[in-house]
Design a protein. Sequence first.
Length: 399
Amino acid sequence: MNTNPVSASRHPDPAVAPIDQPVALLGGLSAADFMRSHWQRQPLLVRQALPGVQPPISRAELFRLAESDEVESRLVVRHGQGDDADWTLVRGPLGRRSLPPLKQRDWTVLVQGLDLHVPAAQEMLTRFRFVPQARLDDLMISWAAEGGGVGPHFDSYDVFLIQVAGRRRWRIGRMPGATLREGLPVKIIENFAPEQEWVLEPGDMLYLPPGWAHDGDAVGGECMTCSVGFRSPHRSELARETLLRVADAIEDEADAGTRPVVYLDPQQPATTTPGRIPTDLLQFTETALRRVLDEPGALARALGEYLSEPKANVSFEIAQDPLPEDGGVRLDARSIMLYDDAHVFMNGDSWHAADEDAEVLRRLADARHLDAAAVAAASPELRALLEQWCDDGWIHPLE
C-alpha cells in the first residue's frame, strides 16, 4: 500500500511545504515542478532561497568538530594558481594546529554529516525531504579562506549548494570530454571549460544534477557553504550489498537437519580431466542461488537494510528516559527509517509490518515523529518495538 501518493500535496513533515505549493527555496517552483523540470536534468540557481540564513555552526565550532574522530573531515590546500597549481589533502581528525593560518589563502576545511551533530543543520536538511529518504546522503559544510575551494571536479550525486556566509564564485559546465589530472590526491579536471559563472551571496542556492563539472572559490574573504547531497548508488554497489545481505540471511531448514542437502553425483564416471569443474556441480550451485533469490521479499528486504544502514562512524547513545506513557516520539537525527509494502527498515534492521501497526510505522518514517495519540493507540507488539528503539537511542520522547 502506498500511504503517501503523489497526488497528496500535504507533506507529513510540517517543516516541508506542500509539494504543489510554490516556495522561495526553489525559486518560486513547487517541489513537484522542480522534480519534473530540474531534478537529474539541469542546474537551477535560486537567489535568496533562504533569505536571512545564518551559518548552522561558527568557524570556531566547525574547527573544534573537525578535531573529533566521530566526524569525517578533510583539509584541502591549493599551492599556486592555474594549470601549474598543486594540491594537498589531509583527512581528519584535524587538530587546530595542523590548519594553516587564517590569513593564508587557498585552503578549505570540509566536514561531512553536520546534520548528525548540529540541530540547525538538521533543520536545514529537513526542507529537502520532498526527495525520497533513501536517496539522502548528508549535509556537508565547508569553510574556505580567500580563494579556497576543492578545484574543478565532478560529483556522482545531486547536490544543493547553499551559501550561508561570505561569497563564493561557482563556475559550471557539462564537460562530456573531461579528463583528470594525474598524480594528485584530489580529483581535479584538467581541461575544465566552464559555461556559466555566478557569485553566490548568503541565502543563495545552486542545484546541480550528477555529472556537472563545477568549481567554487571563496571571493572577497572567507566563506561557508552547506551542501545537501543525495547519493546515487552504483549498480554494482547495489548488487554487491544486497547479495551480501541475502547471503547472510540464508537459513535452509534442510541444511540444519541430520541429513543436509549436499551435492551428490552417483553417475560421475572416472575422468582423465580431474581439474575440470563438473557441469552438474555448477548447475547444483545455480539452483541453490536461484532458490535464495526467488524467496519472496528477499531482495527487497536486503535492499532496505542496506539503504537504512548508518555510516560506519555513526553511533547511538543508550537512552536515559523510557518511552513516555502519554507523549509522542521522534526519530533521532542519526536514525534512518524507510519502508516498502511489506517491511519497515530502521538503521540496517528490518521488520515485517502489516495492518494498523504498519500504517503507524510508515507515518513515523515519513514525518519522523509520532504524536501522543498514535503512541497511546499502539498495539502491545508495536509498543514493545518502540520501547526497544527508545532503549537503543533510535527514538526519543517528543518534546
